[in-house]
Design a protein around this ligand. Structure first.
Ligand SMILES: [Zn+2]
Length: 495
């Protein structure tokens, strides 16, 4: 059973076939059909009203911003947009759904028939999108284990505007890597559009892949399973790889894949059976009688088209042409709007875009991660990182000193120039002072000098340079140190 990675690398006789359903909670001030505040968390059941709860006589009213967010997404995903979209009731009973139905879109979604282009390991990939529609989120069940074994329900999430993006059948995705790349690009698009914050850990972006396998080059499709409870990119990737591997092993050993819903157990890194889906749930969809059809007229669509923000693919191009970044860096920068904006603000100050990326993704990311924070909560602003990069690229401080400056900036929030002045950390350029340090290092290590000058072991220069840098507290200008060391060694060789 070594199929987890095996199948995703294409070593198996079986090919995974993956469809994706993604739910995105939309960034609006109020909920989908009432004026309750739309915000994550909070004291349970403090942000709900008769409409959220579906009490008798409550009437929904459509949130215009939510509709515009879905239209924006449909445009970005190259979908056709219906001139009239309908709301339907999806009837089912569940404890987190007090109305007994969810308002959704069935026959006439807002967008349909689109696609999303991205790259997987440098190769272009297109995933076709079947539909983009609008619905409302449900409440949330909270289960307590232990003696009491009670369950509670929080309706704060009930009625939050939810967009669903469904990939086309037959599915275009055939590996866990491709599925992850699709989700990464989709998340970037949503955050660039400003329609969703993309936080998988808070459930504002949720993804339910359905996975089946078939013999390579087969024309038919196998039974598929749907994976739930995936709350990170890593979980999506591992969940799909595991599930494809499990199914391939089953088939190879004469077993049968059952159509079912499976959960993902992060600790065991395995999927497990949740409920069998042998009989398709009957939702008895019918038109929502309390809401009129949505008329999406051309002037409205035109206004939205005219105000579409830049998309990740365009930023990636600019990263290559305008900033001269590598394709790898361009991809990192364009993973979310927050990252992209942070980078552009820092690069506007710091000049050297490549250096800005290195600092952002290297030492700064290390500090942010260690604090368990994110870039938007970082005490170092883009402006300040730009200033630090300017100090390094102008030679005012060395790279080694810059790391210490960044640590202090992170701890105190002070500007880098002030830290450098207060600590006397400017680069030491005085040739006389540096010559003194170089001589000191050579005198203290005659055997190393001899190795270099008599035995030609030039790689040992690094040790002497290290000694000089250490003695200068990391401040000596590396160019000057190199020049003076060469001078001294040449003299020693000649002697
Ligand atoms: Zn409400």
């Amino acid at each position: 059973m070594t199929t987890e990675s095996g199948i995703s690398r294409g070593e198996s006789a079986y090919e995974p076939v993956i469809g994706m359903e993604c739910h995105a909670e939309l960034l609006t001030a109020s909920k989908m059909f009432c004026s309750c505040e739309n915000r994550f968390g909070g004291e349970p059941n403090t942000r709900c009203c008769p409409v959220c709860l579906g009490l008798p006589g409550a009437l929904p009213a459509v949130n215009r911003m939510a509709v515009e967010h879905v239209i924006r997404t449909a445009i970005a995903l190259n979908c056709s947009i219906e001139s009239e979209a309908h709301f339907d009731r999806k009837n089912y009973y569940y404890p987190d759904l007090p109305k007994g139905y969810q308002i959704s879109q069935y026959g006439k979604p807002i967008g349909s028939g689109g696609w999303l282009d991205f790259e997987v390991e440098g190769k272009p990939k297109r995933v076709h999108i079947r539909r983009v529609h609008l619905e409302e989120d449900t409440g949330k069940l909270i289960h307590f284990a232990g003696d009491s074994q009670r369950s509670f329900v929080d309706f704060n999430r009930s009625g939050v505007p939810l967009m669903e993006i469904v990939t086309e059948f037959p599915p275009d995705l055939h590996s866990a890597d491709e599925a992850r790349a699709y989700l990464t690009e989709l998340r970037a698009v949503l955050t660039f559009l400003g329609v969703c914050d993309g936080k998988m850990e808070e459930g504002s972006l949720r993804c339910e892949p359905n996975v089946s396998v078939r013999l390579r080059n087969a024309e038919t499709y196998g039974a598929k399973t749907e994976i739930k409870n995936l709350n990170s990119f890593r979980a999506v990737e591992r969940g799909i790889a595991f599930e494809a591997g499990r199914q391939a092993t089953l088939l190879e050993t004469g077993g049968v894949v059952r159509q079912e819903t499976r959960g993902w157990d992060e600790g065991r890194a395995a999927t497990f059976s949740q409920r069998s889906k042998e009989v398709e749930q009957e939702y008895r969809y019918f038109p929502e009688p309390d809401l009129p059809p949505l008329r999406l007229d051309e002037p409205w669509l035109e206004r939205i088209r005219a105000t579409m923000p830049e998309l990740p693919s365009s930023l990636r191009n600019r990263c290559l042409t305008e900033y001269g970044l590598s394709a790898y860096d361009a991809r990192l920068i364009s993973e979310s709007r927050a990252t992209a904006q942070w980078f552009e603000a820092a690069a506007a100050v710091g000049g050297d875009a490549k250096l800005v990326v290195n600092w952002m993704m290297g030492d700064l990311a290390r500090l942010v991660n260690a604090a368990g924070a994110s870039l938007d909560q970082c005490p170092v602003t883009p402006q300040r990182l730009g200033e630090l990069v300017t100090l390094v690229s102008s030679g005012a401080i060395t790279g080694k000193i810059a790391k210490a400056v960044l640590d202090e900036m992170y701890a105190t929030g002070e500007p880098p120039a002030a830290i450098v002045e207060a600590r006397g950390w400017r680069t030491e350029r005085d040739p006389a002072a540096i010559r003194g340090l170089v001589e000191q290092a050579c005198n203290a290590n005659p055997e190393i000098v001899a190795d270099i000058t008599l035995r030609g072991l030039t790689q040992k220069r690094g040790f002497l340079i290290g000694q000089v840098m250490k003695a200068s507290g990391g401040k000596a200008d590396p160019g000057e140190v190199n020049r003076l060391l060469d001078e001294l060694l040449a003299r020693a060789t000649g002697a």
